[in-house]
Design a protein around this ligand. Structure first.
Ligand SMILES: C[S@@+](CC[C@H](N)C(=O)[O-])C[C@H]1O[C@@H](n2cnc3c(N)ncnc32)[C@H](O)[C@@H]1O
Length: 205
């Protein structure tokens, strides 16, 4: 069977309301990621959520008193329509991440459960570093699909879409090879059944 595009699948998820369950599932890990990123923030900042889905992370971050600009980008039309319907004042863009460039670069790029949908994730990381991020900006990405999470291995077949499978070390190497500095990785929200969301962070030199 011909594989579907991830953006097509997630547009359908938005239409059928599955985006809300996804928000609930991802929220505990995203809270940890945001705490790492902006938990001790003392100066104004700007941020992009790459593959923002229905925009729930952008709405959460926008409440931060020091947030000057928060932008969501997603390639699923229905996700972006939903984001705009929830938050008419928010900045949400419908685009493939590889094609999109912000008007102004930002301090932070956040992304949850998106990077592995790309056949060449390094291409996306390099595009973000070159075209989205300020010097010394930080990128943080969360993923539940990785080699050490054995239960995730069936997802490409379950969803009938492409997913790039890398180990924790593989992702760390990829971030380093893309030229990011201070690359760190950790797993959060693990339980008996789940080794945790893999979170990788790196800084633009
Ligand atoms: C698993 S969902 C996660 C959504 C959101 N980050 C969240 O945590 O609720 C993956 C998202 O990545 C988006 N996506 C996948 N490939 C994309 C691409 N090439 N360009 C833009 N968005 C993409 C999908 O449309 C989908 O909304």
């Amino acid at each position: 069977m011909v594989q579907k595009k991830a953006t097509e699948i997630f547009s359908q998820w938005a239409s059928s309301g599955k985006d809300i369950g996804m928000e609930a599932n991802h929220s505990p890990a995203v809270d940890v990621m945001l705490d790492h990123l902006i938990g001790s923030q003392t100066s104004p900042f700007s941020i992009i959520d790459a593959g923002c889905g229905n925009g729930w992370v952008i709405r959460k971050i926008s409440d931060h008193s020091l947030c000057e600009r928060a932008i969501g980008v997603d390639g699923a039309q229905e996700m972006i329509e939903k984001a705009r319907s929830f938050d008419g004042d928010g900045q949400y863009f419908h685009s493939d991440l590889l094609d999109w460039v912000p008007n102004e670069k930002v301090d932070y790029v956040h992304s949850m459960e998106v990077l592995y949908y790309f056949k060449q994730p390094d291409q996306l990381i390099l595009h973000i570093i070159d075209n989205w991020m300020n010097r010394n900006g930080t990128m943080i990405m969360g993923m539940d699909y990785y080699e050490e999470n054995l239960k995730s291995h069936s997802w490409p077949v379950d969803l009938n879409t492409y997913m790039a499978m890398l180990s924790i070390d593989g992702w760390i190497t990829l971030f380093n090879d893309c030229g990011l500095s201070k690359v760190t990785a950790f797993q959060t929200n693990a339980n008996n059944d789940f080794p945790g969301t893999l979170v990788i962070k790196g800084k633009k030199k």
